[in-house]
Design a binder for this molecule. Structure first.
Ligand code: R7I
Ligand code: MG
Ligand code: MG
Ligand code: MG
Length: 349
């Protein structure tokens, strides 16, 4: 299992580093171009290929978990703020810096407060909560704990339901890959499990907004209008149909179906799809394929890398990538520590 913990964090890291070469490219990228970069051109890099905000925030989660030896949202918020002000130029999303500034300047009792005031009270639907969430999946003991911790963590920066649910689903995807034994991936089972999670999240949300509306009836509501949630359930169902066609799908078709942008509702399904379609073949294919989708390449490749790394483990990540990307050693150290922490928690239970 330790090699799978390492695979998760190093997988997320190399996806971020390699994908960042193309972040923001409009449209899909030719397979030959991607593989020429990731398998040949990087051999000539003299300096380590730098990681971006995706990894910076993942590291902050690792730091908080291993220092506190438990999940604590105040400590998480503090770790994000510290990491951001230490290196603000790692390529963070345009709006999230304001959250860190408010957290630092006002030190609110409730650390989710600054994120809730963004975008007219709707909160950010960016993929920034999902992109960093893999350590939470490693740390948590059960699916319900994964969901609880991922949600709390997401709410520090992303109040929008689509940002939160994207983080929960990405964490679940990593959590459910950990116990699987490659190379015989039961794609349908994997998808059905995620469908169940998505369905429950969407039902819960509907129930909570219904009861809010009842409470508010007769009063002039001061809260923002209800946020229409994106249906991850429907999208994952489409994914199942697409995968069962049993043919190699053109990246253009995939991008038309899922998108490749900074919205969590695009990037998370695109990453899960990259794992199920190509990550089942090898770790390497998963990353190259995720990058070939274009758009938010560092983030989609990082999330696909976390899921595929949890599935394949550290030894299946190409040596070239492990030797060229910045921060691999630290990712391994964090994986070791979280592995020990989880073992202690299991023994205590
Ligand atoms: O989600 P976030 O942390 O960004 C992550 C992305 C990844 O690609 C990283 O690699 C990095 O490059 O950035 O940061 P946010 O600023 O919360 O969200 C990203 C962007 O999504 C925002 O800056 C907005 O442009 C957009 N966005 C919204 N636009 C309109 N209305 C997010 N939420 C909204 C919204 O509600
Ligand atoms: Mg980034
Ligand atoms: Mg960006
Ligand atoms: Mg990105």
């Amino acid at each position: 299992m330790l090699h799978k913990f390492r695979g998760t964090l190093v997988g997320a890291l190399v996806g971020d580093c390699l994908g960042s070469n193309y972040e923001g490219v409009v449209g899909t990228i030719l397979w030959g171009e991607v593989t020429d970069y990731t398998l040949n051109r990087i051999k000539d890099e003299k300096e380590p290929i730098p990681y971006t905000d995706d990894t910076a925030m993942t590291r902050a989660i690792c730091k908080s978990l291993t220092e506190e030896k438990k999940y604590d949202n105040r400590s998480m918020a503090k770790a994000f703020v510290q990491e951001f002000y230490k290196e603000p130029d790692r390529g963070y999303g345009a709006a999230v810096g304001t959250v860190f500034q408010r957290l630092r300047d006002t030190n609110p009792e409730d650390v989710t407060l600054p994120a809730r005031s963004q975008f007219d009270g709707q909160g950010s639907y960016g993929n920034g909560a999902a992109m960093r969430i893999s350590p939470v999946a490693l740390y948590s003991l059960s699916s319900s704990e994964v969901q609880k911790n991922a949600k709390e963590n997401a709410l520090i920066t992303h109040a929008h339901i689509n940002g939160v649910n994207g983080a929960i689903l990405q964490a679940e995807a990593v959590f459910r890959s950990l116990p699987l034994e490659p190379p015989n991936l039961n794609t349908d089972k994997f998808i059905d499990d995620l469908l169940e999670v998505a369905k429950k999240l969407e039902q819960e949300y509907e129930e909570s907004t219904c009861s809010e509306e009842k409470e508010n009836s007769g009063h002039v509501s001061t809260s923002s209008p209800p946020k229409k949630p994106f249906s991850y359930f429907k999208k994952i169902k489409e994914m199942k149909e697409l995968l069962n066609k049993g043919e190699t799908l053109k990246p253009e078709t995939v991008v038309e179906t899922f998108g490749n942008g900074i919205r969590a509702e695009e990037a998370v399904p695109a990453a899960i799809f990259s794992f199920l379609h190509k990550g089942r073949v090898s770790f390497q294919e998963s990353i190259n394929y995720a990058i070939s989708l274009g758009g938010d390449t560092d983030t989609i490749a990082s999330m696909a890398g976390a899921i595929s790394g949890a599935y394949w483990g550290m030894n299946e990540i190409p040596e070239l990538w492990k030797s060229k990307c910045e921060g691999v050693e630290e990712a391994v150290e964090f994986a070791n520590k979280i592995f020990e922490l989880k073992k202690e928690r299991k023994d205590d239970n």
